[in-house]
Ligand binder design. Structure first.
Ligand code: LLP
Length: 877
């Protein structure tokens, strides 16, 4: 070994007792920073290593640095001439490792040579200039220290462990056109089975520990494998040793269908093939480093991702093709910080060699291009920050060079949103509803990977906020992501990690089966409402400190018992028609009603005003033509903020294509007309749609209305509408009300002068209602099984109109396992009369009572007598 390595050679046990046969298989287990930072975590590592050893396997443990240490080493590497700062960070690192040794009950002695090396490096003359080989040596220290502690601790715990210097076994090779930064700090190691290494280690021991993140180069210098390099090290060792398995132990059970931090309903991906896993890792999931898949794929070694805290969870298994998997989008991911470079040719149309000229310049700057879109005179490419050293110097130099051959535009920061799934092109027809979510977002680039595994849309980073949760829900809704396929999808993140929250959410009807069967025996079909659930939701909302006034949008459900219950809970009633005004009179006195109609006839406004109600106008016509009605009246103005939101296009109520609200450029004209007729504008209102889960939405509407309100003299209240979404599927996350309160409070603090009103409908009543119906006939046609009910779209039109998903259970056979995939249909003469498709249910028979859940909102109120079939009646429990 050359000087650079030899300098830091440490006396470690190079051999331990060997009892396993030479033919025993190898398993590589890798632990990240948080998994090596406490004693209990080291006990877990010892247990996992001992378990594998107990199963007759040889084990290589690959470790990262203690959490936070690599960042500190990076700080040292980037201090430049500031020697004092370097020393102070050095001292923090020393203290942290001494404390860790104390926690593990170990002497400090094994650490000393590495700490001495750290001290020498900090005062090395190469430090000031940030010499790259020096930086690599600095960065490598974190893993050298943690593996040293680990070797001593595992051995002390009765797992005799041999320390390996990873650099003796991993030889990096520079890639063509790789710049110096990449060669030292983002190196790659070509791997092929290494029988000599296997034989050498076999003779040395049974359990080994080594460092992630580092290798050596042909000159014998230390090099670093780049961000997430420890995963890659594990994969390299797995490939060299032809391991039976590589396990990446981390702090989450595996790869998920989306980032669980933003999408708590994201599903665990239990099985993936190498290519899909590669694609998911490359396009944003942080659980696995993208570089770690290729080595194991080439060697045919299975890779698993597991949770160190919850070793009992199955995790994600990655291997060759997944048998029996339905074609599906597997995941949606997002990469932030993406830079787009748009290049317009200034030469000829279809100029020969334009691409070559352009790409030669990227190569010159050592920049790796990710996505590419091209046209006759334009090429746009993206640069991924994780694969490139993207600072303004590099970009500036690149742009200057490119300017010789084209006009350059840099668009940053962008986000790349990617859908991943094998056979993406065949999934396109199912993606209509998903792509519709991009309606108000400017898409700079769309690419479909030539391996048919991904579809990527690049948008402004700011516009991407909140998009992924919406897209994930839309993917499940349109069955492009087959969350029901057990060959691929496991439980949701919140199901695994927040089971308490999931338990609280068990719907009321699961406890009321007998009552419901009795009610169904009396009459069918029928809606059943649970008042306790309505009250519970009402109280949940009333607890929000930042909201001053609550209104129930009675269009969701106009049953008098519900209106009364909500009025008793302190809700006013928001009405949109004369008949709703009448119906609301039962529950709410005059002052507790709002009238917010759309295109209603003059007489309805006159009646509402005569009853002394607060009327909301949403266009110029009433003031232009019936101005006298509004003289000396307080009115509210509904605005169109330019965008619509919601679970389906048909429920978005903002934007140019929607009939609701006054356009912002008509505000001055509206104010002039109001002044002319002596009407006082005392409230602003906006409701952009229905079925929204992103709490940032209401903050945004609130903030926009508050800014606009400052242009009016007398505005007292801001009504930010309703639209609060309700989970349809059992594993979807409800809105976090405390978080909503917190974001509203932020705006409230800035604009305390306005009263804040909300007017939800669905949130209060959806989960309180179920639709009960009886099976009339069962039929098979081709490969489809149909179960027909005594009602369908005439009682509940939401599935037909919005492709809404409602849970359906066979109440008669409650608890029996699902065995047939049914199309659940009604008796109406329309092909769209489907209540649910592809539902796994126990075999259904004539007379069974079926329950359609979450039907309390927009159910009975939207029902019809189509085919002269009366819709379900209503009863309250
Ligand atoms: N405020 C206004 C002005 C509205 O137009 C609506 C609903 C709401 C409040 C209450 O929205 P909620 O909180 O219920 O989302 N039939 C569709 C929903 C249409 C909502 C119409 N306006 C569905 O079944 O999903």
């Amino acid at each position: 070994m050359r000087a650079a390595l030899a300098r830091a050679c440490i006396a470690h046990p190079q051999r331990s007792a060997v009892n396993l046969p030479a033919t025993a298989g190898w398993v590589v287990v890798k632990f990240g920073g948080t998994s090596v930072s406490t004693r209990p975590r080291w006990d877990t590592i010892a247990r996992i290593a001992a378990d594998w050893r107990g199963k007759g396997k040889r084990v290589v443990v690959v470790v990262s640095a203690l959490s936070g240490i690599t960042d500190k080493l990076k700080a040292i590497a980037e201090c430049g001439a500031d020697a004092a700062r370097r020393r102070s960070v050095r001292d923090e690192i020393v203290r942290r490792h001494e404390a860790m040794a104390d926690e593990l009950g170990l002497e400090h002695t094994p650490l000393l040579p590495w700490l001495a090396h750290l001290i020498a490096l900090v005062d090395d003359p190469r430090a000031a200039a940030g010499d790259l080989p020096w930086q690599a040596e600095v960065l490598a220290l974190g893993e050298q220290l943690s593996s040293t502690l680990g070797q001593a601790y595992l051995s002390a715990q009765g797992v005799p462990t041999v320390w390996l210097d990873a650099r003796e076994h991993l030889l990096a090779r520079a890639l063509p056109n790789q710049n110096a930064w990449g060669r030292y700090l983002s190196a790659s190691v070509p791997t092929a089975p290494a029988p000599a290494l296997t034989a050498a280690l076999t003779a040395q021991g049974e359990v080994f520990i080594t460092q992630g993140f580092m290798a050596r180069n042909e000159a014998g210098e230390t090099v670093i494998l780049g961000r997430g390099g420890s995963d890659t090290s594990a994969a390299y060792f797995g490939a060299l040793l032809q391991a039976e398995k590589v396990e990446i132990w981390t702090d989450v059970a595996g790869m998920f269908s989306a980032n669980p931090r933003t999408v708590p309903g994201a599903r665990l991906l239990s099985r993936l093939d190498y290519e899909e896993a590669q694609e998911i890792a490359t396009t944003g999931a942080k659980v696995l480093h993208p570089r770690c898949i290729n080595p194991v794929r080439e060697a045919g070694v299975p890779l698993a991702v597991k949770d160190t805290n919850r070793p009992e969870l199955a995790g994600t298994e990655i291997g060759a093709a997944v048998p029996d998997a339905a074609p599906s989008v597997k995941a949606i991911s997002e990469r932030k910080g993406v830079t787009l470079i748009a290049m317009e040719s200034i030469g000829m149309w279809q100029q020969v060699g334009f691409l070559a000229d352009v790409f030669e310049r990227f190569k010159r700057h050592g920049l790796s291009v990710d996505l590419i879109g091209s046209a006759e005179t334009n090429v746009t490419v993206s640069l991924d920050p994780s694969e490139n050293l993207l600072n303004s110097d590099v970009l500036g130099a690149l742009a200057a060079d490119l300017a010789e051959v084209c006009r350059v535009k840099v668009i940053a920061p962008c986000s790349a949103v990617t859908l991943v799934g094998r056979g993406m092109r065949s999934l396109l027809p199912r993606l209509a509803g998903v792509l519709a979510e991009f309606d108000m977002v400017k898409v700079h680039l769309i690419t479909q990977s030539s391996n048919n595994l991904n579809l990527t849309l690049v948008v402004d980073e700011a516009a991407a906020d909140g998009l992924v949760p919406t897209l994930h829900a839309a993917l499940i809704k349109c069955e492009a992501l087959r969350a029901d396929d057990p060959a691929v999808f496991g439980p949701s993140w919140q199901g695994l990690y927040r089971p308490a929250a999931a338990a609280v959410a068990a719907p009321w009807w699961t406890q009321r089966r007998e009552t419901l069967l009795r009610l169904a025996a009396e009459a069918s079909p029928r809606y059943v409402y649970d008042l306790a659930t309505v009250r519970e939701r009402a109280r949940g909302l009333r607890a929000l400190a930042s909201v001053d006034g609550w209104w129930y949008a009675m269009k969701a459900n106009a049953h008098p018992a519900l209106l009364q219950a909500l009025a008793a809970e302190g809700f006013g009633i928001e009405c949109v028609s004369a008949a709703e005004l009448d119906a609301a009179t039962v529950a709410a006195p005059r002052t507790a009603r709002l009238f917010t109609p759309n295109f209603a006839p003059r007489a309805e406004y006159a009646a509402a005003l005569a009853a002394g109600l607060r009327v909301t106008l949403d266009n110029l016509h009433p003031l232009q033509h019936w101005g006298e009605l509004f003289r000396e009246r307080d009115i509210a103005l509904r605005l169109d903020l330019g965008v619509g939101r919601g679970h389906h296009d048909k429920v978005k109520t903002g934007g140019a294509g929607s009939k609701f609200g006054l356009a912002l450029d008509q505000i001055e004209e509206f104010r002039r007309l109001a002044r002319q007729h002596g009407a006082r504008i005392v409230g602003l209102h906006a409701h952009l749609g229905s079925g929204i889960f992103d709490i940032g939405h209401w903050r945004e509407v609130y903030a926009q209305l508050a800014v606009l309100a400052e242009r009016f003299g007398r505005v007292e209240s801001l009504n930010i509408g309703g639209g609060l979404g309700v989970p349809a599927r059992p594993d979807e996350a409800p809105i976090d009300l405390a978080a909503l309160d917190a974001v509203l409070a932020e705006v409230k603090q800035a604009y305390p002068q306005y009263r804040l009103w909300l007017e939800p409908g669905r949130y209060l009543v959806a989960e309180a209602g179920v639709l009960l119906a009886r099976v009339t006939q069962v039929k098979r046609k081709g490969e489809f099984h149909y179960v027909g009910l005594d009602t369908g779209m005439n009682s509940l039109i939401r599935p037909a109109l919005y492709e809404a998903w409602h849970e359906i259970v066979n109440l008669t056979r409650w608890g029996a396992p699902g065995e047939t995939l049914y199309q659940v249909v009604g008796p109406i003469c329309e092909s769209g009369d489907v209540l649910g498709s592809n539902r796994l249910l126990p075999a259904c028979a004539e007379g069974d009572v079926m329950l359609i859940a979450t039907a309390g909102a927009y159910g009975r109120v939207m029902a019809s007598h189509y085919n002269l079939r009366p819709p379900a009646d209503e009863v309250v429990v």
